[in-house]
Design a protein around this ligand. Structure first.
Ligand SMILES: [Zn+2]
Length: 446
């Protein structure tokens, strides 16, 4: 069992809460002096930053979003109003491509890089990675921070990184360098396994000892299948340019949030108060600076548009005390039918029912057609071989999983207002293969 920063990762709850409140006070004070946006906000609203004493008081400050950041940067404004250090202190610039045109700009100092890397280093250590491990990183090394800061984290642990950038690397990278881990998304890691098998290489007997799955949320069923295909544990991670890096430890009972480095509140859907204890809520994050610290971009109450549930604030069997959350899901991926919300992960659960996976690759896409009254959900699944695919079995397993605990959807289907149709394709036959970029697996065309 190893820790990257044992003292802070195992700190008693009371001490940890006090440390968080101290950092909130320092960070808010620092924001009011160095961030053009917050300097103006405190002045205009005549609020004394020293009245923010702890995390409960953060409710007195505005909840901001990606839109707020985008509207406070060129070309909308003359300066980057969230940039909180001068240029000589900015080490790197990053952009996050939103769905809307103008990407958000982020500015990281070297200090920020080290804090981001620390979060990944803690996650890697909690997944039993250690000095001597060799890890292939399949995440993009572009304007995104993830792959780059993971690479810096590896340096701190003494691991070797093989920075492939994408999961389509030649299979002989595995036989040549004998990596012990791969970071990638579930679907890409499944595809890589299929490519290895096609070249006569069994993923289960390869050098890989563990996988780190990240990039998007997925169902427990798809993780279980990934672990089966590779014969190794796969750990969840969640990260964003805004700074919410959390990782699952080897116990796999929730992702540990590095509470001393980023403060995470869960808000209700209207974003006017914290969600009730145990409820699913919107992740609203606040950068935390240690006293004396500085940052390139400072966000207080930033709405990530992701949702999660706090699984526990008690000490984890791994020894860590930092709170645990379920793998966050994107609010934008939620659709409503018959007064019931569901999302891509619910689709994935249905597809990845274990019995189905004897016939499917796991690749799928779903579309919603119709109107508010009558909706059709069309689910297309890719078969290993359409001639031998047991369509009825797959369909029944999907429906059983998808409609379980969804009485309103079940009823709407019985009444004929909600039709679910299935389509089975040959490998490579799904629509998203013809479109570049990340596949959209649940598309609302109503
Ligand atoms: Zn743990």
């Amino acid at each position: 069992m190893s820790f990257f920063s044992e003292e802070i990762e195992t700190m008693d709850r009371g001490e940890l809460d006090a440390l968080v409140d101290e950092r909130i006070r320092y960070t808010v004070q620092w924001a009011s002096q160095h961030s053009p946006f917050y300097r103006k906000w405190f002045r205009t609203n005549k609020i004394d930053p020293s009245t923010i004493r702890g995390h409960e008081d953060l409710r007195d400050l505005p909840v901001i979003s990606g839109k707020t950041v985008r509207e406070r940067q060129p070309p909308d404004t003359e300066e980057f109003e969230f940039k909180s250090v001068d240029w000589p202190n900015v080490f790197t610039v990053h952009e996050t491509s939103g769905t809307s045109g103008n990407p958000k700009s982020f500015f990281l100092t070297w200090e920020d890089w080290n804090r981001y890397a620390e979060k990944y280093a803690r996650a890697f250590a909690s997944q039993n990675f250690t000095s001597g491990d060799r890890v292939v990183v399949c995440a993009s090394y572009g304007m995104n921070v993830g792959a780059n800061t993971m690479t810096l984290a590896a340096q701190k642990i003494g691991m070797t990184i093989i920075p492939m950038g994408r999961c389509t690397f030649p299979v002989n990278v595995i036989t040549k360098y004998r990596p012990t881990g791969i970071v990638g998304s579930v679907f890409k890691l499944l595809r890589l396994a299929r490519r290895m098998e096609a070249e006569g290489l069994d993923p289960k007997t390869s050098s890989i000892k563990r996988l780190v799955a990240g990039g998007e949320s997925f169902a427990d069923e798809s993780r279980a299948f990934l672990e089966e295909v590779w014969g190794v544990p796969a750990y969840n991670t969640y990260g964003s340019t805004e700074g919410t890096m959390s990782g699952e430890c080897y116990e796999k009972i929730g992702l540990h949030v590095p509470e001393d480095l980023v403060h995470l509140d869960l808000y209700n859907p209207t974003l006017d108060n914290f969600a009730s204890q145990g409820d699913c809520g919107r992740i609203v994050l606040t950068t935390l600076l240690p006293p004396g610290g500085k940052t390139g971009i400072l966000l207080l109450n930033y709405d990530t548009e992701d949702t999660t549930v706090v699984t526990s604030r008690d000490r984890c069997p791994c020894g860590r005390t930092h709170l645990r959350i379920t793998l966050p899901q994107r609010e934008a991926e939620t659709v409503w039918v018959a007064g019931t919300p569901f999302n891509r992960v619910d689709m994935e659960k249905g597809v990845f029912q274990r019995e189905n996976m004897d016939y499917l690759t796991g690749e799928y896409e779903a579309f919603l057609y119709g109107d508010a009254e009558n909706t059709t959900l069309q689910v297309s699944m890719e078969c290993l071989d359409t001639r031998t695919c047991e369509r009825e079995l797959v369909t029944n397993n999907f429906l059983k999983s998808f409609l379980r605990h969804q009485p309103l959807l079940y009823e709407a289907r019985q009444d004929g207002h909600f039709d679910i149709r299935f389509n089975f394709t040959e490998p490579g036959g799904l629509e998203f293969y013809r479109i570049t970029g990340r596949p959209k697996r649940l598309v609302d065309r109503r």
